[in-house]
Write a new protein. Structure first.
Length: 395
């Protein structure tokens, strides 16, 4: 095993249990290590600190597997760590019985670069770091044993793999994928596409926020922007919304949304309107049509993947929130989200406040929202907090 020696003064973040070691903190590598190999991390004095996965192609040169330098990273370690992550979800009362569930959430579960989502009998695995990629076989075996799943489908096709010098990988790595695949979420049946859907097939992080949408929607005229496959829309209908207009630029996503509505015969399809349009243009067109709503949902894609993109993203967030506020009836509610890691909650609230001011409305925050509890945030790695949301009432 090679030793990764840190520069003087660069051990503090590790001592605070931050799992990333950046290139600028590395003094030298003693010995030889291939991408993904486990290295022993030492401070400048030679004191062992952690076991980590080596990634020479990335600016994050190593990701910590364990802050106990005596631990052996092997198949047995992954079996224990995966089982513990699955067990934590099983012990959480708000997650009991969920058919769609995140089982492993990267650094927060001690498995950097590893995402695993369960959709009924299927686990979808995403590996985004060199260390995770190297231990694919161990991770698959551990997931099968911990869950008893019928199939494991790998969706390691995200752009971030390029930063690790890795090629995209996708396909079934255990069992046979049953299709079509559906889950029941908060009383609503939804189709999940692990092969071509966004992320691992669906946005599980918004589960609790979709439930809140249903609770707020009763009797209201609802507008859902960037609706994707209709998760928020169907919860609004299930909650008793008077009408739901859903907008997305993707025809295939809207086709899935229509199938999702058909999967739920308890919902009234005459209350649903689906529009294939650019949301930015659609918001202006709705204003010109004189349309007004009681509940507006804005859940856009990631506008700022890093802090370097924050200024440009702020303009986009300002624009959609400005027009969202302008479409609200007095007393109406805006549910607005950002999944951009480069835009923190404080900045996001400032942007939304500025949009309300420009729209000429008085607003107040009723709720601050985040990801569901199966998407935890490591105390030592606050960068893991990417999803933030505000529920604002006007008038």
């Amino acid at each position: 095993m090679a030793d990764l020696i840190l520069k003087p003064g660069k051990a503090r973040s590790l001592q605070r249990r931050h799992p990333w070691i950046f290139a600028g903190s590395v003094d030298r590598l003693e010995g030889r290590a291939r991408p993904g190999d486990t290295v022993l991390v030492k401070d400048a004095t030679g004191q062992p600190l952690a076991r980590a996965a080596w990634s020479p192609a990335s600016q994050i040169r190593a990701r910590v597997w364990s802050f106990d330098p005596a631990v052996v990273i092997d198949h047995a370690w992954f079996k224990r760590t995966v089982a513990a992550s699955v067990a934590r979800r099983a012990g959480h009362p708000h997650l009991a019985g969920q058919e769609g569930l995140r089982l492993i959430h990267g650094e927060a579960d001690g498995l950097p670069g590893v995402i695993a989502d369960r959709y009924g009998p299927v686990v979808v695995l995403q590996l985004t770091s060199a260390g995770a990629d190297k231990w694919r076989e161990a991770l698959v075996a551990a997931l099968v044993q911990a869950t008893g799943c019928q199939a494991v489908y790998e969706r390691s096709d995200s752009e971030v793999r390029k930063l690790e010098g890795l090629e995209p990988v996708a396909g079934c790595v255990h069992g046979e994928l049953p299709l079509p695949l559906t889950i029941l979420e908060n009383g609503v049946r939804l189709e999940v596409d692990p092969v071509a859907g966004h992320k691992t097939g669906f946005y599980l992080d918004q589960r609790d926020n979709r439930r809140l949408t249903g609770e707020l929607a009763a009797g209201r005229a609802v507008l859902n922007c960037f609706c994707y496959t209709g998760g928020f829309s169907l919860q609004a209908l299930a909650g008793g919304a008077a009408s739901v207009v859903s907008i997305d630029s993707s025809g295939p996503a809207l086709a899935t949304a229509a199938r999702n509505l058909a999967l739920n015969p308890q919902l009234d399809p005459t209350r649903a309107e689906w529009r294939e349009e650019d949301v930015f243009q659609a918001l202006r067109a709705l204003k010109a049509e004189g349309r007004r709503f009681d509940l507006v949902i804005l859940d856009p894609p990631k506008f700022a993947p890093s802090a370097a993109h924050a200024e440009r993203a702020a303009r986009a967030y300002k624009d959609i929130n400005l027009h969202g506020f302008r479409l609200l009836n007095p007393g109406g509610i805006l549910m607005t989200y950002s999944c951009s890691g480069g835009v923190g909650l404080e900045l996001f609230q400032q942007i939304v406040a500025g949009a309300a001011c420009d729209a000429g409305v008085e607003g107040r925050v009723l709720h601050r929202l985040s990801a569901a509890p199966d998407h935890p945030i490591g105390l030592g790695a606050p960068e893991g907090e990417y999803l933030k949301g505000l529920v604002c009432q006007v008038g």
